[in-house]
Design a protein around this ligand. Structure first.
Ligand SMILES: CC(C)(COP(=O)(O)OP(=O)(O)OC[C@H]1O[C@@H](n2cnc3c(N)ncnc32)[C@H](O)[C@@H]1OP(=O)(O)O)[C@@H](O)C(=O)NCCC(=O)NCCS
Length: 180
């Protein structure tokens, strides 16, 4: 497991996704509290998850990692992070992460986000990190604002949910604002 760790800070780290992560990550993704917050609301089957796993290394601009922590010498899988549209020339990218329902509201989302941002700015040398969030995702917006993200724009009526169309917020954080 140690060999697959990409980045670590104190007890939190992220590593390559392994086969035994697939089912817990699929359950987290399909949970209504998660899927409602995502752009793609397709329920993922076991077969779809397996296919997705096999294609993880196909793109040089996107990466998916398992977020974990060590507790009492054991690894706990907390969730998954997404790095997309990694643009090394213009030094910007998109990020996102989901925490498993049972671990939410305990500060792990914030710790995981800090870990991911440290990696983006210090290791990938990004100038700017951007994310998208549904306007009704108050927990996520609270988290992003507390980390210094600022609203950059709104994609009007960009998400279609059972109760109608909703706006998608674009929020960004610059390297200097994060590292100062
Ligand atoms: C959004 C998410 C990643 C946050 O992770 P978390 O572990 O629940 O959040 P934390 O416990 O670290 O709290 C971080 C901040 O979120 C906000 N927050 C957390 N729980 C909250 C709640 N119930 N109500 C309002 N704000 C809340 C607070 O601003 C908090 O910061 P503070 O502790 O400094 O006040 C997680 O809830 C999640 O995965 N949700 C479902 C999927 C999702 O929304 N993904 C993001 C898509 S854009």
């Amino acid at each position: 497991m140690k060999d697959s760790i990409i980045f670590r800070k104190e007890q939190f780290y992220f590593r390559k996704i392994i086969e035994e992560d697939l089912e817990p990550l699929r359950i987290m993704h399909n949970d209504s509290s998660t899927i409602r917050m995502l752009t793609d609301t397709t329920q993922v089957s076991v077969a779809m998850q397996k296919k997705w796993f096999m294609s993880l290394d196909d793109s040089s601009k996107s990466r998916r990692y398992s977020i974990c922590m060590y507790e009492d010498g054991k690894e706990i899988l907390l969730g998954m992070m997404r790095l997309d549209q990694i643009d090394k020339l213009n030094k910007n990218m998109l990020v996102g992460l989901d925490i498993m329902p049972k671990f939410r509201g305990k500060g792990y989302g914030k710790a995981s986000f800090r870990l991911m941002l440290d990696y983006c700015f210090s290791e990938l040398d990004m100038h700017k990190v951007t994310l998208y969030t549904a306007v009704y995702n108050k927990v996520a917006i609270g988290l992003y604002t507390s980390l210094g993200f600022k609203e950059e724009g709104v994609l009007k009526e960009h998400l279609l949910r059972e109760d109608g169309y909703h706006d998608l917020l674009v929020m960004s954080l610059f390297r200097d604002a994060y590292l100062c």
